[in-house]
Design a protein around this ligand. Structure first.
Ligand SMILES: Nc1ncnc2c1ncn2[C@@H]1O[C@H](COP(=O)(O)OP(=O)(O)OP(=O)(O)O)[C@@H](O)[C@H]1O
Length: 277
């Protein structure tokens, strides 16, 4: 369900025509949908004989916000892509809601990446409406929800990096996903824009109730956003840390700083896998 086909010739003509369509007036986003439970059982995945996921098991509750951290190359994106069904797995099972992800049944999930992956020959509104039948109104609503109602007719090249990620977020939200997978989507943004985007993602998550899984290198971001932070080491989840702080969270809170330090110390001083199994 994540892959759409893009009729190239139509797109080229659309480039010549756009943005001739009348502007769609923004309306509030529809009422929140609920998130889905996600269950991973004994996931394994190897690349060139090297085991990257080594029997990962995990249960996420509907509407939970989970962050995944770990050293570079530990398998965070591989795990996310396995949940999304983008890459095959060697063993184990992914269940989203009641659907076995291997069953080829569409599941209500969307994914955001570090780069916005917008089509440069489509306007912002057209990018968000992509793959939707009569999607202009829904796209306008989603753009308003991310604060970009006034850029609907702009081209992606006319936007800043932060604005492009807002469009990518709108493009995901317009489908009202029950599960949003975020693969380091804020990694390329400056510090201030990053915090603004974190606040936006958190507020949309609170309004809409989807389950969120965020891969991040930034432990502060993980503590700011997540209900639970998971650490991946040697192909397994070796730490599952509950972040029991009220929202919205204040970085100056001593408990915030203590959790951040705990995670950072754990990342810098890995425990041998044999002691975590
Ligand atoms: N398509 C692929 N083909 C071969 N090896 C791959 C492929 N995808 C990932 N790998 C390898 O699997 C390991 C885990 O990669 P992955 O991208 O999941 O790590 P990561 O924790 O997300 O890393 P980073 O934090 O640097 O983004 C790495 O050693 C990587 O080189």
């Amino acid at each position: 369900m994540l892959q759409a086909t893009f009729p190239l010739a139509d797109d080229v003509f659309a480039f010549a025509r756009a943005p001739a369509d009348p502007p769609a007036r923004a309306q509030p986003l529809p009422k929140a949908r609920h998130g889905v439970d996600v269950t991973l059982q004994a996931l394994t995945k190897s690349f060139s004989g090297r085991r990257v996921l080594d029997g990962v098991g995990l249960e996420l509750k509907a509407g939970e916000f989970v962050a995944i951290v770990g050293r570079s190359g530990c398998g965070k994106s591989t795990l996310l892509r396995a949940i999304a069904g983008l890459d095959g797995i060697d063993g184990g099972k992914v269940t989203i809601g009641t659907v076995d992800a291997a069953a080829n049944t569409p599941v209500p999930l969307r994914m955001m990446f570090q780069d916005a992956r917008l089509l440069p020959w489509k306007t912002v509104l057209q990018n968000v409406a992509l793959g939707l039948k009569d999607g202009r109104q829904a796209a306008a609503n989603a753009l308003a929800a991310v604060g970009l109602a006034d850029r609907a007719d702009a081209w992606p090249a006319q936007l800043s990096g932060g604005q492009r990620q807002r469009v990518a977020l709108a493009r995901a939200l317009v489908h009202e996903p029950s599960l949003l997978l975020l693969d380091e989507p804020l990694g390329a943004l400056d510090a201030l824009t990053r915090i603004e985007m974190q606040q936006l993602i958190e507020s949309l998550w609170r309004q809409r109730g989807f389950t969120a899984v965020l891969v991040t290198h930034d432990v502060q971001e993980a503590v700011a956003l997540a209900d639970r932070v998971l650490l991946i080491e040697e192909g397994r989840i070796t730490l599952d840390l509950a972040i029991d702080l009220p929202r919205p969270r204040t970085r100056g809170n001593p408990m915030f700083a203590a959790l951040e330090e705990q995670l950072l110390n754990r990342l810098l001083n890995p425990v041998p896998a044999s002691r975590t199994r």
